[in-house]
Structures are given as C-alpha cells and as structure tokens.
Design a protein around this ligand. Structure first.
Ligand SMILES: [Zn+2]
Length: 254
C-alpha cells in the first residue's frame, strides 16, 4: 500500500479537484479524526486486543515466509488481498485460509479510488471479493481501499459488495526504502493506539523492493512487546471492532 504522506498528498490533491463530495471521506487520513469520530472505521476494538493486518498480498515471493513466522509465533492475522494477486496465487490464497488467517478485500487493482466514478469502484471491489471468496472458500467481510484513500466511490463499492470498510490506527511505514526492522518496530511503537489495528505489508508489489523482509523481521519483537503488555494478538474478526456484531468467519463450501 504505501498509505501515508503520499496518500495524504494524493488525497489532498484529489479533494481539491473533486470538490465537496469527497471532502469528508478524505479527512479520515487524520488519525485523531477517524479514531474519535469513526472508531469502527479506524479499527478500534477490544481494549486487550491488537488486530494484526497485512496488505497487498498474496505474494508467492514473501507471503509463505509470513505464514511460517505467524505459525511459529502462534498468531492469526487478517490479510487484505489484491484480486490481481489472487489471480496469480489462488493456491496461496486457499493456504492462508486453511492456516487460520482471515481474508479481506484490498481491491482488484492497487489504484487510488479518489476521483474514480462509483461504478468503477463497485466493479473493482466486487471483482476482488468474488476472486478471493472463490479461491479461499470463505466469505469475506472487510474492505480497505488502496492507499487508505477513502473516496465516496469506495464507500458505495464496499456497501454494494456487502463489505465493511476498515482502515487502521497504527502503521509501520514499512514500505519505505532504506529502513531496517528496528525502524519498523520503532514506528509501530511510536504510533501505537489503545485497541489498535496495526497495518503492515506481506508483499512489496507496491513498496520498495525487499521491504517485506523488514516487516517480517519486526514481527517477533512486536508480538513479544504486545503480549508482555497483556494484549492478545489476532484477526479483525476477533477484535470486536466497534459496531461489529458477528466475529465468526463464515465458510462458503464444504
Ligand atoms: Zn496497499
């Protein structure tokens, strides 16, 4: 994903171009605003739980290493998948579900929705949802727009696809070049939030080459710190996100 400054700039320029209709959604880039006004959208959950989420996979070059490390740590996470990646890695999508992780929708294309017509976003999100559910054999329930750029078209698309939109409270800014695992840990630590939803990436398809290796290497320290603080670590389904009444993953087939 790389969401941040770049997304904020994209969001700001798109807002200027698109006018009032996009103003309010664009403001959710400001964490204090979305955590205080829209806690469900920010992914705020139970006080003793951290939701661990990964964007931009599945990626045969990197996601298997995350699966093994998460198994070793005894952690299940939520993976926001790209339909374009699922098309190339259907087996890996099924493996994510089989190994207990939650599948979610990040769109078919990794494209900013700001300024896109609603019908374009509806088609993109539905296409991704259908591919992920078909490959994973589970029903998906969450949507996170690329770059976290929440446009009016994103909201319409998620609603039409029967998905709930969730962003994050805390990121590792792990997409940047030239950083190490220690910096990913430090960034997560510095912007940790009560009842957090944490965003990392299990793929570098939209990030600096090899950036996933730093995210992977940061995981043991992060999980150890959260557990030492008395926090459970798991999926969004287990997180008790504000307004979420059903935490069970629903299977589509036998
Ligand atoms: Zn992304």
């Amino acid at each position: 994903m790389p969401p941040t400054g770049r997304a904020a700039l994209l969001g700001a320029s798109a807002l200027a171009a698109a006018g009032v209709a996009h103003t309010l959604p664009g403001l959710v880039h400001f964490r204090w605003l979305r955590t205080s006004l829209w806690p469900g959208l920010a992914g705020i959950g139970a006080a003793d739980h951290v939701a661990l989420t990964f964007d931009d996979g599945p990626d045969p070059a990197s996601t298997p290493a995350f699966l093994d490390e998460l198994d070793r740590l005894g952690v299940r996470a939520t993976f926001f998948l790209l339909g374009s990646q699922v098309r190339r890695a259907g087996g890996l999508t099924a493996e994510l579900a089989c190994r207990g992780h939650e599948l979610a929708v990040h769109g078919y294309r990794h494209v900013n929705h700001l300024g896109r017509p609603w019908w374009w976003a509806v088609d993109d999100v539905r296409r991704a949802r259908d591919l992920i559910e078909g490959a994973g054999g589970v029903e998906v329930r969450w949507f996170r727009p690329p770059y976290g750029a929440l446009a009016s078209s994103s909201l319409v698309a998620a609603r039409q696809a029967g998905l709930r939109t969730v962003l994050w409270t805390t990121w590792g800014r792990d997409w940047r070049p030239g950083i190490d695992a220690g910096e990913v840990v430090a960034v997560v630590r510095s912007n940790m939030y009560p009842s957090a939803t944490v965003l990392l990436h299990d793929s570098d398809v939209t990030s600096a080459p090899g950036s996933w290796k730093r995210s992977l290497a940061a995981l043991p320290t992060l999980v150890e710190e959260w557990r030492a603080a008395g926090l459970r670590v798991g999926t969004l389904a287990e997180h008790g996100v504000a307004g979420d009444g059903d935490g069970d993953t629903r299977c589509l087939g036998s």
